[in-house]
Design a protein around this ligand. Sequence first.
Ligand code: M6R
Length: 364
Amino acid sequence: DKGEYKHYMLKEIYEQPRVVHAAMEGRLGAERVLEEAFGVTAPAIFDQVRQVQIVACGTSYHAGLIAKYWIEDLAGIPCMVEVASEFRYRKVVLPKGTLFISISQSGETADTLAALREVRDRILASLTICNVPGSSLVRESDLCLMTNAGPEIGVASTKAFTTQLVALLMTTLVLGRRHELTPETEARIVADLKTLPGLLEQVLGLDSAIEKMAEAFAEKQHALFLGRGTLNPVAMEGALKLKEISYIHAEAYAAGELKHGPLALVDKDMPVVTVAPRNEMLDKLKANLQEVRARGGELFVFAGSRQEVQPEEGVQVLELPPMPGILEPIVYTLPLQLLSYHVAVLKGTDVDQPRNLAKSVTVE
Ligand code: M6R
């Protein structure tokens, strides 16, 4: 039931403060992640992990890309990420001690399931981060961590993604404590995670400003999304959302790649969306923004502070609340979901049931 909402997608966007809480509930102690949440056999398996291979499709793949930054940065464990449709059909070299992580809302995506079946005999163990209890991936994996987002009806994935990120961050912590992660850092991140529902609630308060911003996109044919670090996969996810429901051609680039090609596309008809929280990457990103402005590209910046990125002619800045850096990819996803939602509503497309797409891709 959509209740007061016009579309399931909007309802699911608004559920995120509650469901990210559900994704953590019973899994966080005062200072650490409770690893029993992964199953009774989990601790003995985690002890032996030497590298991680993540496989997923679409939005779930983007969650995996963010997890790679976390796992390598915080845990110091090598992590590979690949779309399932490529992974399953090539010869993949998997070193000893590989934990295979599948990420899937439905647990029924054909390529992801086939990838698991293909590697089963060559891995240390399999873990699935999944939203549907009893699904094929849950039944066939050694370990599972349910995302607890509740049924997701809109074809465009929203709450499944943010809860996957919470689950992946908890996974990073249980792996990391066996490697480079100190108890102090773990305790800090656990405390940070507990502030997430409140932060998401605050960002939902920007909805009407984002709705206004959406007007600039309704007549456009193309859009570019830029980000750096963990915000690069967030930009990819923002572009996927926009193309999926508004049928505007959108592409994401790591901001540093701009000069290596896509800058040639930038003119007044190419809006550029940037996710730019205040972090160590911001100075570099600001130089990229100048390059876009100099070519007449209209800029839409989701920023950590207006002091850092000034609004000016052709530059719209929406300020997000201050937040721990680790939560940025989760929180900055929401304004991009809302942006594509409002663009689609303006264009009059079928938001919950975009043309040519199915919620669950159970055939290749
Ligand atoms: O159920 P899964 O998470 O395995 O689905 C993967 C993709 O099909 C899915 O994320 C798709 O990209 C979404 N429609 C994106 O919004």
